[in-house]
Design a protein around this ligand. Structure first.
Ligand code: CDT
Length: 311
């Protein structure tokens, strides 16, 4: 018997710096309504989906930086998303900048949550692989200051029971690292959701720019296959404040095949009926971890951070 979760990859076009939360939330709710008409159980929104991708600017005034962060979730401006989930019976994954008081100090995380069809938060994740740099680098046409504005996530990669399956989350740059998915694979994950903001141009390695779309799909397709899991990758796409972000939002089956894909660089929904049982044959055969993994040889992965070349 199949376990079908109908999923909408809810890609967003650019969000201008001047665009307020209320306007953005209207766009998100419109996508949720579309998703409802297509029978979706769940929609996946991008990383930092409530504002423009602010790490592209160097800012020193913490009060200004904090305007991009949410102090409560739901808060007054995001409550309509939770109301829509309950009204429509459509859950969602969304990324946002989280400001919280924890351990007696103010903390900033690049966070995602999973909300069920009753509008309840059932999962939370804080981004672990923060790309870019911490100081102003004037040679760049735009900055990528995630290492300045966020702390490394402190939750690991939890896998939660929701939507009839085992659901996991990661955020943008996490999708390029096999460790991300394997930690969830070792918890039996059946669907990994990942939102992203990926500038086509990476100033330190412009020679990779023409391969941005290829690399985006390469990492998610291989991870889906190697862990026998669905992967839903969703972009904020298009030219945002002069910076081009790749699109190519996809729904990937445990076979590694793309089964639905966005084709524009704007707000767009791609829908697929995802059978969570499709991962079983991969998990029981070629990637039967219990039978075939050899962790006694994997120690270096956790003991060593950077490569050390023996003389
Ligand atoms: N948002 C995010 O993590 N973007 C990165 C850009 C890497 S280049 C600094 C990504 O991996 O897509």
């Amino acid at each position: 018997m199949a376990r079908i979760v109908t999923v909408g990859a809810a890609q967003l076009g650019p969000i201008a710096r001047s665009e307020g939360r209320a306007e953005v939330v209207e766009r998100l709710v419109a996508l949720m309504r579309q998703a409802r008409t297509h029978g979706c159980d769940l929609v996946v929104f991008p990383e930092l989906a409530l504002t423009t991708f602010f790490p592209r600017w160097f800012m020193e005034d913490q009060a200004e930086i904090d305007t991009f962060f949410e102090r409560a979730m739901p808060g007054p401006e995001t409550q309509p998303l939770f109301d829509a989930a309950r009204e429509l019976g459509v859950g969602f994954y969304i990324g946002y900048a989280e400001l919280t008081e924890q351990d007696g100090r103010t903390r900033h995380f690049n966070t995602s949550i999973l909300v069920d069809k009753q509008g309840e938060i059932v999962g939370k994740y804080r981004k672990i692989h923060l790309p870019g740099h911490a100081e102003h680098e004037p040679y760049r046409p735009f900055q990528h200051l995630e290492k300045r504005y966020f702390e490394t996530g402190d939750m690991g990669w939890p896998v939660v029971r929701a939507f009839g399956g085992l659901m996991g989350m990661c955020i943008c740059n996490d999708r390029r690292w096999p460790e991300t998915y394997r930690v969830m694979g070792l918890q039996g994950v059946e669907m990994v959701m990942v939102g992203y903001n990926t500038p086509r141009h990476n100033p330190p390695s412009p020679e990779h720019d023409s391969l941005s779309d290829f690399h985006n799909h390469l990492v998610m397709q291989s991870a889906a296959y190697q862990n026998g899991t669905w992967v839903i990758g969703v972009a904020k796409a298009g030219v945002e404040e002069g910076c081009e972000l790749i699109g190519g939002s996809v729904i990937i089956a445990p076979s590694g095949e793309i089964v639905a894909k966005c084709v524009t660089m704007g707000d767009e929904l791609a829908v697929a009926r995802c059978d969570l049982d499709m991962g079983i044959s991969y998990k029981n055969t070629i990637f039967n971890f219990a039978a075939h993994r050899e962790p006694q040889h994997y120690g270096m992965i956790v003991e060593r951070k950077g490569a050390i070349i023996e003389k």
